[in-house]
Design a protein around this ligand. Structure first.
Ligand code: ADP
Length: 258
């Protein structure tokens, strides 16, 4: 016993070390693969806007459009849109990297929800290129402790998607209420194209896009928005879920501790 007990303990200890080392190695390999995929997808997604910008500058440089101001304006607009896309992409990647490294600093304050909704309505009414009707349901005294910039970014993303993935006439409903268990529930609902049942959890993954969705609407994107939303909501101690019916619309629900 005096000999076998310590030997057995040493054996178990070694086995434990091997298992832990193997798990760490596997985790590291998964991380490396993820980094490679991430870099590849990002560069791949940057190619198409860069090509549009390059084509635009080449056409402008050639001087062939000097007497065609309408065409020049169109090309300028397309280049501008692609620059905005690239800037949005780089902003998302910076914030996602900061979240991953634990460097994203949140500055929570006690804030009212209604002014946030009103700002979103004003911003998107100006931005929308099609008729959009907003329905806001929120009491004036409803408050939450959250980072105003991050919450604004999260809701902007959801409203932007509601606009992108819908038909010609858009109805967007923004609502907030205190639900059971003392959590604040913020909902962004739309009457858009909806999301197939089997894709509803996947859309929160990085670079995940529903092929039928982007084909139907022709909406451009990188599949990073909802992953960013999911991460920021989690960082604030909340959760996000989606209920959607194809052809009728979607409702995204954010639950935050009050
Ligand atoms: P992006 O819009 O850049 O593709 P997101 O991460 O914001 O990326 O969304 C991922 C995918 O989820 C979209 O490509 C789209 O297919 C789907 N989606 C997101 N929001 C909606 C919505 N409100 N209605 C229908 N589909 C949506």
């Amino acid at each position: 016993w005096y000999l076998f007990l310590p030997l057995g303990m040493v054996f178990v200890f070694c086995l434990l070390c091997i298992v832990l080392l193997w798990r760490a190695w596997r985790q590291q390999r998964r991380l490396e693969q993820f980094r490679k995929d991430f870099t590849y997808s990002m560069i791949h997604d940057m190619k198409s806007p860069l090509q549009t910008i390059l084509m635009g500058t080449q056409m402008l440089e050639s001087g062939r459009l000097a007497d065609k101001p309408e065409k020049m304006e169109k090309i300028g607009q397309a280049m501008n849109d692609e620059c905005v896309r690239l800037l949005t992409l780089s902003g998302r990647v910076v914030m996602l990297t900061e979240i991953e490294r634990g460097e994203l600093q949140l500055h929570p304050v006690r804030m009212a929800i209604l002014p946030l909704f009103n700002d979103l309505v004003t911003k998107f009414r100006l931005k929308a290129s099609k008729p959009v009707e907003f329905d806001v349901v929120c009491s004036e005294d409803l408050r939450v402790t959250a980072d105003p910039f991050c919450l604004q970014e999260v809701l902007s993303n959801l409203v932007d998607n509601a606009l992108k993935y819908s038909g010609k006439e858009v109805r967007i409903r923004l609502s907030a209420e205190v639900a059971a268990g003392g959590v604040l529930q913020i909902k962004v609902g739309d009457n858009g194209i909806g999301i197939p049942q089997n894709q509803q959890m996947k859309i929160f993954n990085r670079f995940e896009r529903v092929a039928s969705g982007s084909h139907t609407t022709g909406a451009s994107g990188f599949g990073l928005g909802l992953n960013f939303v999911w991460q920021v909501v989690q960082l604030q101690g909340g959760t996000i879920s989606v209920k959607s019916t194809e052809g009728s619309g979607s409702v995204f629900t954010i639950s935050l501790p009050l």
